[in-house]
Structure formats: structure tokens, C-alpha cells
Design a protein around this ligand. Structure first.
Ligand code: NAD
Length: 329
């Protein structure tokens, strides 16, 4: 099948070509797909978008007119696609339901430990010849209460790691996970989890009902100085409220791999640009905030699985087979 792989980077090309082994005709472009750029898909029955492509209603109508039948997403999340419109236009949407939950869970842990033990500050200090420990004081993770919001594949992988470190685990999910309960995770209403957790980590999808799940009111419930980690989707947190909670010192540390307005910003080099997003720039001024550019998924194992599943999705579609990666409304 002829497929245009959009927002592609050299690593996408390397892993997809290896998995494809000549079965499909993959054409790679670094163009980000949206209503303005959709014309690039002319002549392709399929596109393979990433999370920074914006497939809103307008973009989908253009793609449908161009004859696009299949959206083979190379991500787990699909909040960047207006699924109801795609379905109504007769397009099939497939995703990578599962790749490496360990990649994201381990990155969430990396953010927690870096913020707690201030490894990022120590790295810079030592290179400048400053070997003072003042300001680097952390805490033992052992015995701390960690709230995991969303306890599916990634939340469970993180729970297993933290269980091994001797943490007390609290969970919030619309559908509690028995495997997490076996680890001793105690499920609580969201408000109670927030009141009791020294660290909170988000692992649920961005949906209309989870948009701004953490707003000013809920952030105010956290114990003073709590740490918040978001490796899931930026829209789960009201960023203005987050900045307020940092300024009031309710939040003592924040690790963000994702950001509400990342679509225009992430996966590009802005070193010679003026970044005009003042909210993003404000986040970077806090000494207790680490922002990374949506890299939690970025391990060799994850890229291999994303590529293999994407090729399987193309093949299944071509051969008229349904599979569990089809996204429906
Ligand atoms: P999953 O489907 O296995 O788990 C999601 C959990 O969220 C489920 O247990 C579900 O019951 C729960 N949930 C859904 N709606 C909820 C609601 N309204 N309230 C409470 N809980 C709710 O998904 P996963 O593989 O663990 O991935 C979780 C999220 O991580 C994805 O949706 C994606 O947005 C994000 N993600 C980020 C990256 C990255 O690189 N930063 C990579 C992969 C996934």
C-alpha cells in the first residue's frame, strides 16, 4: 500500500523501513499534517501521522476529498484525530494500541528521581567546579506515597517499579486494575488521592472528560511541596493553574514531558527562533520544573514495536482483516 509518513524524522524512516522490508510503498516527509498542509497527501490512499499532526475536522474533510482511506497512527494516543469525523467520512483509523509501557514508565521515574535528587543541577555545578551540596537535598523514595492517575499498561508498569522501591501506592482509575491491587495499590476517589500523595504521576488518555483533570481546585488539594509528573498528554493539566500552584509553592517540583500547546512547538529545533508562547517560556523559568520534548516513548524497543505494528496495520487493512488496533467512536 502507498502510504505517506508525515512528521517523520530519520529514526522513523530507519525503523519503519526495517519493519516494512519492501511490503508497502512508504514515502517519508517531515511536513506536519494539518488543514493547511493536507494537500501533500494527494495520490496516497493512506497516511501515517504522529502525535504532532493535527487531524481536526477541516483537515479530515480535505484528506477525504483527496481519497485517503486509512489513517495508520504511529502512536497509542489518538486525541490529535477527530475520530467521529474520520468515521463519518468512511476512513479507517488504526493505532499502535501497545508498544513499550516500560519506556514511558521508566521515563516518569527518571523525571521523579532527577527532580528529587537534583541530578540536573549537580551535573552543571560539578562541570563548573562547584562541589557544594547545598541546595541538592532530596528525600528517600522508600516509604513515600505515590498517586498514580490512570492505572492501565503504563500506570501498572510504573506501579511495579515503585512497589520495588518500597513506595506506598494510591490509584485512581474509572476501571481499577486487579494487577495493581495485587501490589497493594489502594484505589481512592481523585480528591483523596491528591490530598495524600507526595508525588502524583498521570497515565490516562486525554479525552473530553479528562481535559484539565488537574485544575486549580484540584491542584490546591495536594500536600504543600508535592511533585507532579506528566508523561501522558499536556491537556490533562490546566497550565495556567499549574503555574499558579508553582508560584504559591503548593507544587514543589514538576516534570512535564508533554505540554498543552506542544503541537506548534515540539519535535523541532527552535534554537534560532523567538518562542512566542509565554506560558511555555514561564514554565522554563522555574528552578524546580523540568520540561522535556515528548520523549518518554523514545527507546529502541518502542520504535521497533511501533514500526512493526504500523506495518501490520497496513497489511491487515490491505488484506481486509480487522484487528484490535482499529479506533472507533
Ligand atoms: P491504557 O489504555 O493501558 O491505560 C489508560 C488508563 O486510563 C486505563 O486504565 C483507563 O481505565 C484509564 N482511564 C481512561 N479514562 C479515564 C478517566 N476518565 N478517568 C480515570 N481513568 C481513566 O493506556 P496506556 O498505554 O497506559 O497509556 C496511557 C496514556 O499515556 C496514553 O493515553 C497516552 O496519552 C500517553 N502516552 C504518552 C507517551 C509519551 O511518549 N509521552 C507514550 C505513550 C503513551
Amino acid at each position: 500500500m502507498r502510504c505517506l509518513v508525515t512528521s517523520s524524522r530519520p529514526y522513523d524512516q530507519e525503523y519503519l523501513n526495517a519493519a516494512n522490508n519492501g511490503r508497502h510503498e512508504l514515502i517519508f516527509t517531515d511536513v506536519t499534517l494539518n488543514a493547511k498542509t493536507a494537500f501533500v497527501a494527494q495520490g496516497f490512499p493512506a497516511v501515517c501521522p504522529f502525535v504532532d499532526d493535527r487531524l481536526d475536522q477541516e483537515a479530515l474533510h480535505i484528506l477525504a476529498k483527496l481519497g485517503i482511506e486509512l489513517l495508520a497512527l504511529r502512536s497509542t494516543g489518538y486525541n490529535h484525530v477527530h475520530i467521529a469525523t474520520a468515521t463519518q467520512l468512511g476512513m479507517t483509523v488504526m493505532r499502535v494500541r501497545e508498544y513499550s509501557p516500560y519506556a514511558v514508565a521508566e521515563f516518569a521515574l527518571a523525571l521523579m528521581l532527577t527532580l528529587n535528587r537534583k541530578v540536573h543541577k549537580a551535573y552543571n555545578r560539578v562541570r563548573e567546579g562547584n562541589l557544594l551540596l547545598d541546595g541538592l537535598l532530596g528525600f528517600d523514595m522508600h516509604g513515600k506515597t505515590i498517586g498514580i492517575i490512570g492505572t492501565g499498561k503504563i500506570g501498572l508498569a510504573l506501579a511495579r517499579i515503585l512497589h520495588g522501591m518500597g513506595c506506598r501506592l494510591l490509584g485512581y482509575d474509572i476501571s481499577p486494575n486487579p494487577a495493581a491491587q495485587e501490589l497493594g495499590m489502594l484505589y481512592l476517589p481523585l480528591e483523596e488521592l491528591l490530598q495524600q500523595s507526595q508525588i502524583v504521576s498521570l497515565h490516562l488518555p486525554l479525552l473530553p472528560e479528562t481535559q484539565h483533570l488537574l485544575n486549580a481546585e484540584r491542584l490546591a488539594l495536594l500536600p504543600k511541596g508535592a511533585m507532579l509528573i506528566n508523561t501522558s498528554r499536556g491537556g490533562l493539566i490546566d497550565t495556567a493553574a499549574l503555574i499558579g500552584a508553582l508560584k504559591s509553592r503548593r507544587l514543589g517540583a514538576v516534570g512535564l514531558d508533554v505540554y498543552e500547546e506542544e503541537a506548534e512547538l515540539y519535535f523541532r529545533d527552535h534554537c534560532d527562533d523567538i518562542i512566542c508562547d509565554d506560558t511555555f517560556e514561564r514554565l522554563l523559568t522555574f528552578p524546580n520544573v523540568i520540561v522535556t520534548g515528548h520523549q518518554s516513548f523514545f527507546t529502541r524497543e518502542a520504535l521497533q514495536t511501533i514500526a512493526a505494528t504500523t506495518i501490520e496495520n497496513l497489511t491487515d487493512y490491505c488484506e481486509g482483516r480487522s484487528n484490535h488496533n482499529i479506533v472507533s467512536t
